[in-house]
Write a protein that binds this ligand. Structure first.
Ligand code: ACO
Length: 379
């Protein structure tokens, strides 16, 4: 037996656990690629549906394949009556991420091919989730506003249809475009916590719905996807742009984590932020409203203060959180919107994990009491 203490990698920081062909962060250039394509170019030139196809099939679709993909996605959007009835029975006090997690679990329970882990079956399940999750998120936001759900419109694209189901109207094309950019940017990010969770579950040869349900649980936390909601709560807490500096001093003194800042992988700025920040600025400019200007000024002031004081850059959740607010979504819907996008990355990784599976089972260094005898029982 070796006496050398094992090297511990808390939080698996810096540990490379497998290979992936789906995406990579290139530290030297601070860039992110999906299947080799820079994400900023995809965000500028391609629709979210094309990016979903790319993540799943490895190549961008041609016109015929895209039309077929879109037709299949649009046909799967409606929820059946049983699902709708189940979801409205969940208490409104629960977070919409709990509704989404329950919905995915229910889809799994209803799916007769639940235990069929073939590539074809998993692709069909992935498309079903991509199509139905926005219907769940939109219906849940409307229910919390005391409104009836609006059925999906098969004539509309993924992003447009989501606005239609939430608000009964599709906003100006620039607004839909900003939303679509956020979906492209959120779609995939290598072995992040929720994707890794999905891969751990898949590695036991469990089913896709179980892996996605677990991934939703991992994304909900404020150190991960929940940060986009936390950003908006934080901006509301600060309120006045003049208070940003003072608020930050107090927050840092009390060891609070500043939401929407910092990243495990990016230490010099999240490669997705410049694109989302530009989209946010377009939303601010078209609003031309004093309340929006106040929020944008506060957003910029806190970003500046955090960079000067701590040298910590914002991550994607920082501009995305405010952008979703300006688009009219309720704060608790922000992380569910992240799910609507990341479902593409999660399911691409589930497929990849299954293609060359190895059970994910790390070791731990024991730090508990030495072995001891069990005392006699009290009785
Ligand atoms: N606010 C204040 N200090 C921070 C922050 C932050 N947001 N992020 C990092 N730091 C500080 C830490 O306190 C630590 O300082 P110390 O060395 O003096 O103790 C140092 O920077 C390193 O931070 P770690 O927490 O060790 O970095 P880690 O890689 O573990 O954490 C994380 C990354 C969890 C994202 C962290 O930056 C954080 O909590 N951010 C806020 C939550 C957030 O925005 N999450 C979204 C992530 S992106 C996404 O999911 C799309």
């Amino acid at each position: 037996m070796s006496n050398t203490a094992p090297e511990i990698h808390r939080g698996l920081a810096g540990v490379v656990v497998d290979t992936t062909e789906i995406s990579t962060v290139i530290q030297e250039t601070n860039s992110l690629t999906y299947r080799g394509y820079p994400v900023q170019d995809l965000a500028a030139r391609r629709s979210f549906e094309e990016v979903a196809y790319l993540l799943w099939y490895g190549e961008l679709p041609d016109a015929r394949r895209l039309a077929d993909f879109q037709a299949r996605e649009r046909a799967l959007r409606p929820l059946d009556r049983t699902t709708s009835e189940l979801l409205v029975r969940l208490p409104e006090t629960c977070h919409p991420m709990d509704v989404l997690r329950t919905a995915v679990s229910f889809f799994g329970a209803e799916d007769p091919t639940e235990d069929d882990g073939s590539l074809g079956a998993n692709r069909a399940k992935s498309l079903t989730l991509l199509a139905k999750l926005p219907t769940v998120v939109a219906a849940d936001q409307r229910r919390r506003r005391g409104l009836d759900p609006i059925p999906p419109d098969p004539e509309l694209g993924y992003a447009q249809n989501f606005f239609h189901m939430c608000f009964g109207a599709v906003p100006a094309p620039e607004v839909v475009r900003c939303f679509e950019i956020s979906l492209v940017l959120y779609a995939e990010h290598s072995f992040n916590a929720s994707t890794f969770t999905a891969r751990v579950v898949t590695s036991t040869l469990s089913d896709l719905y179980s892996a996605v349900t677990a991934a939703i649980g991992a994304l909900k936390g404020p150190l991960h996807g929940g940060a986009n909601e936390a950003v908006m709560h934080m901006l509301n807490e600060i309120g006045d742009p003049q208070r940003a500096e003072e608020w930050l001093t107090e927050a840092l003194a009390s060891k609070r984590k500043i939401m929407g800042f910092g990243h495990r992988v990016y230490k010099y700025g999240d490669s997705r932020v410049p694109i989302m920040q530009e989209a946010l600025e377009r939303l601010v400019a078209r609003a031309a409203d004093p309340e929006v200007t106040r929020l944008a000024t506060l957003h910029a002031a806190l970003r500046h203060a955090m960079l000067t004081r701590k040298g910590i850059h914002p991550n994607l959740d920082y501009p995305a959180g405010l952008a979703y607010h300006l688009m009219g979504f309720d704060i608790p819907a922000f992380t569910p919107i992240f799910v609507m996008s990341r479902i593409t990355g999660w399911t691409a990784h589930i497929t990849e994990q299954l293609a060359h599976n190895a059970l994910i089972r790390p070791l731990a260094s024991y730090a508990g009491p030495d072995q001891r005898a069990v005392p006699a029982g009290a009785g």
